[in-house]
Design a protein around this ligand. Structure first.
Ligand code: AMP
Length: 274
């Protein structure tokens, strides 16, 4: 593993390489991130992992301030994997003189769920990912299904901007009780951690109910259940067909349940195919 804070140094290393895999992250690495990195290693000659907490995608200053950062530990974890290239930029290296959110028009799907609850979030994500993709020109870029709406956003971005990269979606890695791994999980205290187990419980319950009930009945039942849980604040629960969600893409029909909530002050999101 070698870490660089200048993208120009990395470009020199990869410009003659056959296939480059890019794994964008915000650090505080866990097994979810590592699964993306391992997949990238198995499919590319060189792999770049970026670690950057992108201020443009936070719609809440406090959330940005409190976002867990642990670069020393991240580099130690990556050391053990293989000879990957780690990009750890400062704001100036990534944005140069232009630290501004680009305004995209991705249509309806950026106005629901995460797009609705976190105004401007997807413009911030697309801005930084477009920068990284143009910077390194990777053959493949890896994103987790845990952030499913984000995965659709990136696929739409690539198609609209006609970028030559293949976007690889990777399955969600979970803790033993089913909680999706997330950098934010370490901010949960022990009672909140127990309550967080409800996220996957509700998603699994939705999957079961949906086999014999309508979408509306399932939603009603899940929302009612969620409202009864103490210290669990539901932000949204949705059941959506991916082929409708993505609009601009030609995704196959697939029904997924999506949830976002706050346990104490910690925001958690998850989704499963139902
Ligand atoms: P983040 O550092 O949270 O921005 O995540 C970086 C990438 O890792 C994103 O593409 C996420 O969707 C993905 N990711 C985060 N958590 C998981 C997980 N539990 N399983 C699989 N991928 C994940």
């Amino acid at each position: 593993m070698r870490a660089y804070s200048s993208h120009k140094d990395i470009i020199k290393l990869v410009n003659k390489v056959d296939s480059v895999g890019l794994v964008p992250t915000m650090g505080s690495l866990h097994e979810g991130h590592l699964s993306l990195i391992r997949k990238a290693i198995s499919e590319n000659e060189k792999v770049i992992v970026s670690i950057y907490v992108n201020p443009l995608q936070f719609n809440n200053v406090n959330d940005l301030k409190k976002y867990p950062r642990d670069i020393k530990n991240d580099l130690q974890r990556l050391e053990a994997i293989s000879d990957i290239i780690v990009y750890v930029p400062g704001d100036n290296d990534i944005y140069e003189k232009d630290k501004k959110k680009k305004k995209y028009n991705f249509g309806h799907f950026t106005k629901i769920m995460e797009g609705k609850v976190r105004p401007g979030h997807f413009d911030g994500v697309a801005t930084v990912v477009e920068k990284l993709l143009r910077m390194f020109n990777p053959s493949n870029a890896y994103f987790g299904e845990k952030d499913f709406q984000q995965l659709i956003l990136i696929k739409t971005l690539v198609k609209k901007q006609e970028l030559k990269v293949s976007i690889v979606g990777c399955e969600t890695i979970r803790e033993d009780d089913g909680l999706a791994m997330s950098s934010r999980n370490k901010l949960l205290n022990s009672s909140e951690r127990t309550i967080a187990g409800n996220v996957i419980r509700l998603l699994k319950k939705a999957k079961k109910l949906y086999k014999s009930s309508t979408k509306e009945e399932t939603k009603f039942n899940i929302i009612k259940d969620a409202l009864m849980i103490e210290n669990f604040n539901l932000e949204y629960f949705e059941i959506l067909d991916i082929s409708e969600l993505s609009g601009f893409l030609e995704e196959e029909k697939e029904i997924r349940a999506f949830i976002a909530c706050k346990v104490g002050k910690i925001r958690l999101i998850d989704n499963i195919k139902i």
